[in-house]
Design a binder for this molecule. Structure first.
Ligand code: G3H
Ligand code: 13P
Ligand code: ZN
Length: 324
């Protein structure tokens, strides 16, 4: 099966109450870990590439690695541009074989966001085969490539704007802001309560009222959640127990993501959790084997941890296992 766009995957996910995982890829081991996990779980998957990934690995390497994963697994895989900053980067990816792009003009005023998004949609939908487009309304806290939004300066999506936005842009899916944020420090300690036994921070709940309001205005329309790493404390502990120093790292609880996936959320973006799993595997290996210097040994352990994590996400959080 060749690369696919997200249209039919989202239609099925919406109807059946699950979400597709959109995992960020930066190197070969991450691509292999995600796609081998998806293969073993019989799950569709989205591999997404940020501007930072393009800079680190070069677009051609990323595209060829994803094509290799398609050939190796035979899975329906979407190659998606994450947080495309302008029309040019979206065009470049569409021309280069991506099957889906995100145009992220969410930091721009509403009319400007509509104008840029509509231009990308026109280009993507005229492409043969059709390329799907995701856009965003509302802003998340955290760092996305060069845009940094401080915690507290984010803004939730306004449900009153979504119908007009979708109608005027023709976009295929919409990312909304309901309290998730990018990175491994999603909430300030003062926004959380602290578990007295473990000392671990418990974050405030996501704004499901906004998600429900949005989906009432857009029945059947696929919604996307960015910033959806859960910062699984087992990996944070391994990192901290083996020389790391991640204090008060906190993410979105997995039960809340599972709930969102049963509603209108069809795509859930996960990057930081992969980074934590990879780092946990490598740190643990390095400490246990100070004499090792073959990168295949320690990166191989990182890859195994990422694969284990992705299987857990597919089965216990996204619910996309056995959906092919
Ligand atoms: O949305 C942000 C993603 O985690 C990508 O991060 O720009 O460091 O590759 P990056
Ligand atoms: P996390 O930092 O929560 O993994 O979010 C990733 C993301 O939204 C990529 O677009
Ligand atoms: Zn994102």
């Amino acid at each position: 099966m060749p690369l696919v766009n997200s249209k039919e995957l989202f239609e099925k996910a919406y109807k059946e109450g699950y979400a597709i995982g959109a995992f960020n890829c930066n190197n070969m081991e991450i691509v292999q870990a995600i796609t081998e996990a998806a293969k073993e779980c019989n799950s569709p998957v989205i591999l997404q590439v940020s501007a930072g990934a393009r800079k680190y690995a070069k677009p051609v390497y990323l595209r060829k690695m994803v094509e290799a994963a398609v050939e190796d697994t035979g899975l329906p895989i979407v190659l998606h541009l994450d947080h495309g900053a302008d029309f040019e980067i979206c065009k470049d990816c569409i021309d280069g074989g991506f099957t889906s792009v995100m145009i992220d003009a969410s930091s721009k005023p509403f009319e400007e966001n509509i104008e840029i998004t509509r231009k990308v949609v026109e280009y993507a939908h005229a492409h043969k085969p059709y390329v799907t487009v995701e856009a965003e309304l509302g802003t998340l806290a955290g760092i996305e490539d060069d845009v940094k939004v401080e915690l507290g300066a984010e803004s939730y999506t306004n449900p009153d704007q979504v119908e007009e936005f979708v109608k005027r842009t023709g976009v295929d899916s919409l990312a909304i802001a309901i309290g998730t944020s990018h990175g491994a420090y999603k909430f300030r300690p003062e926004q959380c309560t602290r578990d007295p036994k473990t000392g671990i921070l418990l974050p405030p709940p996501l704004r499901f009222d906004i998600l429900e309001e949005v989906s009432k205005r857009l029945p059947g329309f696929p919604i996307v959640l960015h910033g959806s790493s859960s910062v699984n404390q087992e990996y944070v502990k391994i990192i901290n127990d083996h020389g790391g120093a991640l204090k008060d790292a906190v993410g979105v609880p997995e039960e809340q993501l599972r709930h969102a996936a049963r509603l209108a959320v069809c795509k859930i973006n996960i990057d930081s959790d992969l980074r934590l799993a990879m780092t946990a595997g490598i740190r643990e290996h390095m400490e246990a084997h100070p004499d090792h210097f073959d990168p295949r040994q320690y990166i191989g352990d990182g890859r195994a941890y990422v694969k284990q994590l992705v299987k857990h996400k597919i089965v216990d959080v996204l619910g996309s296992n056995d959906k092919i």
